[in-house]
Design a protein around this ligand. Structure first.
Ligand SMILES: [Zn+2]
Length: 239
C-alpha cells in the first residue's frame, strides 16, 4: 500500500473525456527538460546541414528542415513551461497548446522535405513536395477549429500525415537511408502508446518526448549521412 502511495506522488488521476490531464510538478519538470535540452543541438544540427550544402536548393532545404526541428523543441518547451507556471497565463497557455499541436504538422512536413527535395522522384510523386505543406496547413485549420474536441481524430490526422508522404518513397531510384527513415517512423509509433498514457503511466508525456527525440535523431542522422554528407563526398570526387 505504501508503495502505491509513493508511486502516485508522481502521477495524477487520468483526465475525463475531452479534458486535459493535469501533470504533477515532477511530470511538469520532466516535460520541460526532455525537450529544452534538445533546442541547442537542433540549432547546431541545422547549422551543420547548412554548412554541408553545395547549392541554394540544399541550403533552403537545410533551413526548412532545421527550422522545423528547432520549432518543435522550442515551442514544446515554452508550452510546457507556461503550463507549469500558469497562474496568470491562462489565455497564453491555450495559445501555446494550439501552437504545440500545430508545430507537429509542420515538423512532419519539414522532416520529409529533405527526402522530397534532394532525391529524384517520379513525376507524380514529385507533387508530394508541395502536398505535404498543404496537409500541414489543413491540419493547422483543424487544430484552430476543433482543438482538443476529438482527440482520436487528431491522432488519426497525425498518423495519416506521418505515413502518407512515405508512399512516394517507393518511386525513388536511390533508396539509401529509407531503412533509417522507417526505423524513425517506428519509434514515433511506439511513442504514441505513451502519448496516450497520461494518468496510467507516470511521466508518460516525458517518455513520449524521449521517443520523439530518438526518432528525430535517427531521421537527422539519415538526412545528414545520405543527403548531405554523401552528396558532399560525391561533389568532392567530381573535382
Ligand atoms: Zn509535450
Amino acid at each position: 500500500m505504501k508503495r502505491v502511495n509513493s508511486f502516485q506522488r508522481f502521477m495524477n488521476r487520468r483526465a475525463s473525456a475531452n479534458c486535459r490531464y493535469q501533470p504533477t510538478r515532477y511530470e511538469h519538470a520532466a516535460n520541460c527538460y526532455t525537450h529544452a535540452l534538445l533546442i541547442v543541438p537542433a540549432f547546431v544540427g541545422m547549422a551543420l546541414l547548412h554548412r554541408l550544402s553545395d547549392n541554394g536548393w540544399e541550403r533552403i532545404t537545410a533551413w526548412v528542415y532545421g527550422m522545423g526541428l528547432c520549432a518543435l523543441f522550442l515551442v514544446s518547451t515554452v508550452f510546457h513551461i507556461i503550463t507549469w507556471k500558469r497562474s496568470h497565463m491562462r489565455s497564453m497557455e491555450h495559445c501555446f497548446h494550439v501552437c504545440d499541436r500545430v508545430v507537429i504538422y509542420f515538423f512532419i512536413a519539414a522532416s520529409y522535405t529533405p527526402w522530397l527535395n534532394l532525391r529524384e522522384l517520379g513525376p507524380l510523386a514529385a507533387h508530394m513536395r508541395w502536398f505535404v505543406w498543404l496537409m500541414a496547413a489543413a491540419g493547422t485549420i483543424y487544430v484552430f477549429n476543433y482543438h482538443e474536441k476529438y482527440k482520436v481524430v487528431e491522432l488519426a490526422f497525425y498518423l495519416m500525415m506521418g505515413f502518407f508522404p512515405a508512399s512516394v518513397m517507393t518511386s525513388m531510384s536511390n533508396t539509401e537511408g529509407l531503412q533509417e527513415l522507417a526505423c524513425g517512423g517506428l519509434i514515433y509509433c511506439l511513442g504514441v502508446f505513451f502519448f496516450k498514457s497520461d494518468g496510467r503511466i507516470p511521466f508518460a508525456h516525458a517518455i513520449w518526448h524521449v521517443f520523439v527525440a530518438l526518432a528525430a535523431a535517427v531521421h537527422y542522422y539519415a538526412i545528414w549521412k545520405y543527403l548531405y554528407k554523401a552528396r558532399g563526398a560525391d561533389s568532392l570526387l567530381q573535382l
